[in-house]
Ligand binder design. Structure first.
Ligand code: HXC
Length: 518
């Protein structure tokens, strides 16, 4: 039987109407702003010919306010899956050119269907958000739709990676869906995210503000911490999506794509020694250290502009994918504060759910002292960090480079918090507090008597404290650390330790879930 040409033509016409509805001049204007159309975003994400659309012909049933019979291609969202390398990825992309990408009952149904599909087959979800929010004409159906999306986000959380790309507006409760996902990327000039806009804030509080102040990519990446990455434009955002996924497994039952065929080079890297300042109180640049330790000096930093006193990101040690957590002594001397604790806790939990080993690099003087910190709840925030490290069951390797004082020593994944191996450089100082503070506390009377020799005597005592009491050999003698290593051995030592602990399995008491401080 030959199919009637009319039937084929109808299908082709319908497809064309749904996929080719944007006028060329509108598309050009979008391109000029660094934006792609929804279909262009999907084409750029996947290998050619691998995208299969789910629900292209789905249609809304709204009838109020002129909606009856109104034609909305794909109901303003494109859903489906395709391949990036050998990884299948589910996607939904709101189409702003269709009634501002607003969400009603059908759009929500399409989104939740593709998310459930991702859950069933165990693949990551990438969501492009570009929408005026709840479709006003669909009233409570739209609100219910958002509720279903949030529920699905939570259902998928910890099972498959979820990445939100904010390419345009993302206002109102709609912003909670990205907040429930693992990574949020915002484009620098075209996106914003807020619960209530400047007009509402003005009406309710009387305060004048701007969208830049409350919702820009810049603000969310550096102040609120809601955005993990800022992309220059849509293409850069797509590149970041691909980079993130290159470190991820498809789901929580798989390992990330380690390359165990990479040999572990044993050549000593003496160059790393040049990065250690002679003066123990001069700051070390942790970025420079990380670059020397990881494969090709490459790290995908997460939350780069938020809580810059701590560094988190993904990298590889001789082919093994890791999450790095490292103090940055160049900012606030690397002290841990409220935002740093949140940043670490979140990152460690992301690594744990996706079976990514952790490498923690320590040079920390302590938790930041201060009235604002105490009143802001540093105990509660710091406890998140302790909780996250202690409950993480992936391989955990810690290297103490220099300072490791007090609670912050424990909080930076000490052996007691479950590190599988802890290595220390000979320059490490592990103690309740720094040498100067300890000497002041312990030798007050002796120093008072020292008169004009006071400073010299204090320096002498501090040196003794560093050399003997706070020395890494003291910790090693008590087997609180695994070994003392030369800095030049660090890359090979950590690479080997990771290989050896990759197959690690830790059994914990059965429970619904721990009660992490929030
Ligand atoms: C229905 C909407 C709409 C909405 C925009 N449109 N937002 N239709 N519901 N929420 C329509 C416009 O009427 C217009 O239709 C078309 O989409 C394009 O919108 P424009 O305003 O012309 O575009 P632009 O100037 O680019 O402005 C885009 C915008 C603006 C910034 C998104 O439209 C806007 O502020 N919209 C309202 C946003 C909002 O308040 N949403 C509700 C948030 S509360 P025509 O027919 O003229 O082409 C919310 C609650 C969720 O979302 C709660 C979840 C728990």
């Amino acid at each position: 039987m030959t199919i009637e040409p009319k039937l084929i033509k109808t299908l082709r016409d319908k497809r064309e109407k749904i996929t080719q509805h944007i006028k060329p001049e509108k598309l050009e204007a979008m391109h000029a702003k660094g934006m792609l159309s929804a279909r262009e975003r999907i084409d750029a994400l996947f290998q050619e010919g691998t995208f299969q659309e789910l629900g292209m012909h789905a249609r809304h049933n709204a009838v109020h306010f002129g909606m009856a019979g109104r034609d909305l291609p794909a109901d303003g969202v494109i859903t489906g899956s395709g391949y990036l390398g050998s990884m299948q990825i589910a996607v939904f992309c709101q189409d702003f050119s269709v009634l501002a990408g607003t969400l009603g009952k059908m759009q929500a149904r399409k989104i939740t269907r593709v998310m459930r599909y991702a859950l069933k087959v165990g693949i990551p979800v990438v969501a492009f958000k570009d929408s005026g929010g709840a479709r006003i004409q669909e009233g409570v159906d739209a609100l219910s739709g958002y509720g279903d999306v949030f529920y699905s986000n939570v259902l998928l959380s910890g099972v498959v990676p979820q990445i939100a790309v904010i390419c345009g507006p993302c206002a109102g409760g709609a912003a909670y869906s990205p907040a429930l996902m693992d990574f949020v990327i915002m484009t620098r000039n075209n996106s914003y995210m807020c619960l209530t806009g400047p007009e509402v804030i003005k009406a309710v509080t009387g305060r004048t503000t701007t969208m830049a102040e409350i919702g820009s990519a810049e603000m969310h990446a550096s102040v609120s911490g809601n955005a993990h990455f800022v992309a220059e434009d849509d293409r850069h955002a797509l590149d970041l999506v691909k980079q993130i996924l290159s470190y991820m497994p498809s789901n929580n039952t798989e390992d990330p794509p380690h390359d165990l065929s990479v040999p572990i080079e044993e050549t000593a890297d003496h160059g790393i020694e040049d990065l250690i300042p002679a003066d123990p109180s001069a700051p070390l640049d942790m970025y420079a250290v990380i670059r020397r330790l990881v494969d090709n000096g490459e790290m995908l930093e997460v939350h780069a502009n938020f809580a810059r006193n701590i560094i988190v990101g993904f990298a590889r040690f001789s082919g093994v994918i890791v999450g790095i957590v490292a103090n940055q002594p160049m900012v606030m001397a690397g002290a841990l504060d409220l935002d740093a604790a949140d940043k670490v806790a979140r990152f460690v939990r992301t690594c744990n759910v996706f079976n990514i080993p952790l490498v923690t690099l320590v040079d920390v003087p302590g938790f930041l002292p201060g009235v604002e910190e105490e009143r802001g709840g540093i105990i509660r925030h710091g406890a998140k960090m302790l909780f996250a490290f202690a409950s993480c069951t992936t391989p955990k390797i810690t290297v103490i480079l220099r300072k490791a004082y007090g609670g912050s020593y424990l909080a930076m994944c000490s052996q007691e918090l479950g590190a599988d191996m802890v290595f220390a450089w000979p320059t490490a100082e592990i103690a309740v507090m720094g040498a100067d503070a300890a000497v002041k506390m312990l030798y007050r009377k002796e120093l008072e008597k020292a008169g004009d020799q006071r400073a010299a005597r204090a320096a002498e005592l501090a040196q003794d404290y560093r050399d003997e009491f706070a020395s890494p050999y003291e910790a090693a003698a008590n087997f609180y650390i695994t070994d003392v290593i030369e800095p030049c051995e660090t890359r090979a030592t950590v690479s080997l330790a990771l290989r050896k602990t990759l197959a690690k399995r830790e059994l914990r008491p059965s429970k619904k879930h721990g009660n992490m401080p929030m």
